[in-house]
Design a protein around this ligand. Structure first.
Ligand code: MG
Ligand code: ZN
Length: 214
């Protein structure tokens, strides 16, 4: 019973995800779904990216949080458009929620739409939002065991950003182990080591993004 209900929810989600995908295709919008734990630095990474690329790319952000619009406010302070979805308890965004936000954010006029998913390494990876690319952030303070504990999430990423590299001197974090474990579940993902706070390593991420929109 439970399985079939879950399957129905996922089927309905996938139907709407297909609509979103078509929308992005028809309007030449690159949509990037950003997934990570809470506190890994998604909003900071996005803010820095927007400021660095604002002369090159028109960027909009759809923010997913259980409560508050503080992340949308932070994004707006960079000058980019942001729409906040408050999920009221749900621990992931659905394709329908994204679909509704696309009109509000005038997505058809943008080059890139980032979706900052609800902070959670588990179920956001099961919900296709119709995005073109998926980015997973892992930050150093979360620990080096995350790729083996959440293999499905890391397996589905096109890009994996290892953030807060500026803290690696202070926190036990076996980078070789992480890179190895990522390779086991996802040999094709691009892996960039970054610090969204200092800006170190961000250029390779910007280059990837610009390549994808070229
Ligand atoms: Mg955030
Ligand atoms: Zn969820």
């Amino acid at each position: 019973m439970k399985v079939s209900l879950n399957k129905r929810i996922l089927d309905r989600n996938d139907e709407c995800a297909q609509k979103n995908k078509l929308f992005f295709e028809q309007n030449s919008v690159l949509c990037v779904n950003v997934i990570s734990s809470p506190g890994s630095g998604k909003t900071t990474m996005l803010s820095r990216t927007i400021l660095a690329l604002k002369d090159k790319l028109k960027i909009g952000v759809i923010e997913g949080d259980i409560k508050t619009d503080t992340d949308a406010e932070k994004i707006r302070s960079t000058g980019a458009a942001a729409v906040q979805i408050e999920t009221q308890g749900a621990c992931h965004l659905s394709a329908v929620q994204v679909h509704d936000a696309l009109t509000q954010i005038e997505a058809m006029d943008k080059d890139v739409i980032f979706i900052e998913n609800v902070g959670n390494l588990v179920c956001p990876s099961a919900f296709d939002l119709g995005e073109n690319k998926r980015v997973v952030l892992l930050s150093v303070p979360e620990g080096d065991d995350k790729p083996i504990k959440y293999p499905g999430t890391f397996a589905g990423a096109d890009v994996i950003l290892i953030n807060k590299m500026d803290l690696i001197l202070y926190i036990p974090f076996d980078l070789d182990r992480v890179l190895n474990d990522i390779r086991k579940v996802n040999p094709d993902a691009k892996v960039f080591k970054i610090s969204a706070i200092t800006g170190d390593g961000m250029q390779q991420w910007y280059d990837w993004l610009c390549d994808m929109t070229a």
